[in-house]
Ligand binder design. Structure first.
Ligand code: AMP
Ligand code: MG
Length: 341
């Protein structure tokens, strides 16, 4: 399978593939997406096939301008409060890592929405994604470009590892800067429902539109909400607070700390207990953000999990992030990675 540096010629080539019903993996600011023409049902069917994703899981449709919104979403059923929320959110957060769930237009295939009367829409900020969408039909359905249930890709190499031979092209645009998927917010309900924590924090949403309620997390229609998801091959356990720092070291296990201070507390504990101290730096012991910045930690999350998973470890032990900023998005991914056990 071809992986091309995402220059103008490669993006034009990719758009041609999409217009013929083919599949292209492309960079977005959140993670790499597996794109197919959202208006072509056979391309949609191929996305489910390539990912091994159940058909009831709805896809996110990516657009490259607000003018396309009403071709995909039917704003007719929204009341004035919902319309105001939509205007505020799109004015402040689009393009960006926020997906909005809205009533769908009848032209949108039920294949894209898992049979639901609503559709999920995002306007990504990544210039390569925008250029590709503009050169194609203007509506690109794109889940994350990984096999269903596995780690999400933040680099072209991650896509190649999982989908080689199953799609037509990878556009390599370097590393995805946000590193976790978009926040999914359902604007068709009142108050709006947060269906998936992601690249825009709940605090930021609530500062703009007031209270949002948390999704119940149990809907089988939301793939990112299945308890077994984002899973590395090695079993993963998630530890809250100081619990990780209290564990003994094991040279066959990986340790994923949120910040340097907890990693240092762990080393202190090992020293105090007279245990063997690992000679840092060592690839199996990682920190997501040395200064404890949740945005930096999110950007490093999947990349670090891929790296740890390549070491053939017997177990990965991960520390939960603080529940602020992008911390909930990180914890959601780690919790579901653990659920795969
Ligand atoms: P992914 O494509 O893997 O990034 O996941 C798509 C996410 O979009 C899922 O986690 C769902 O929560 C959400 N989603 C997509 N369409 C809908 C919809 N019509 N209603 C509710 N959630 C949706
Ligand atoms: Mg996904």
């Amino acid at each position: 399978m071809r992986s091309l540096k995402a220059d103008d010629a490669a993006v034009r080539f990719a758009a041609e593939i999409l217009s013929k019903g083919g599949l292209v993996a492309f960079p977005t600011e959140t993670v790499y997406g597996l794109g197919g023409d959202a208006l072509n049902p056979s391309a949609l069917a191929r996305i489910f096939e390539a990912k091994g994703r159940p058909r009831f899981d709805p896809l996110i449709i990516h657009i490259a301008g607000l003018e396309t919104l009403e071709e995909i979403a039917d704003l007719g059923p929204l009341d004035s409060r919902a319309r105001l929320r939509l205007e505020t959110l799109t004015a402040h957060l689009w393009p960006g890592p926020l997906t909005l769930v809205l009533p769908k237009q009848t032209r949108i295939s039920g294949l894209a929405t898992g049979g639901l009367p609503t559709v999920a829409i995002r306007f990504p900020a990544h210039p390569v994604a925008q250029a590709l969408i503009r050169l194609s039909s203007g509506a690109v359905a794109a889940p994350s470009a990984n096999r269903f249930g596995c780690l999400s890709p933040t680099r072209a190499e991650h896509v190649l590892e999982q989908l080689d031979g199953k799609i037509d092209l990878i556009l390599d645009g370097g590393r995805s800067p946000v590193g976790v998927e978009s926040t999914v917010l359902d604007l068709s309900s009142d108050p709006p429902r947060l269906l998936r924590p992601g690249g825009v924090s709940r605090e930021r949403l609530e500062a703009l539109i007031g209270p949002v309620c948390a999704g119940d997390g149990s809907s089988p229609r939301s793939p990112g909400q299945l308890t077994s998801h984002y899973a590395p091959r090695a079993p993963l356990s998630l530890y809250a607070g100081k619990a990780l720092a209290a564990l003994d070291d094991n040279p066959r296990e990986g340790f994923l700390f949120f910040c340097s201070s907890t990693c240092n507390a762990w080393l202190e504990g090992l020293r105090a207990r007279g245990g063997n101290l690992p000679a840092l730096p060592v690839p199996r012991i990682r920190t997501l953000s040395s200064r404890g910045d949740p945005c930096e930690a999110a950007a490093n999350l999947f990349d670090t999990l891929y790296a740890l998973d390549g070491l053939g470890l017997t177990h990965i032990r991960a520390e939960a992030a603080p529940e602020e900023s992008l911390g909930p998005a990180i914890n959601d991914r780690l919790f579901r990675a653990q659920g795969a056990l």
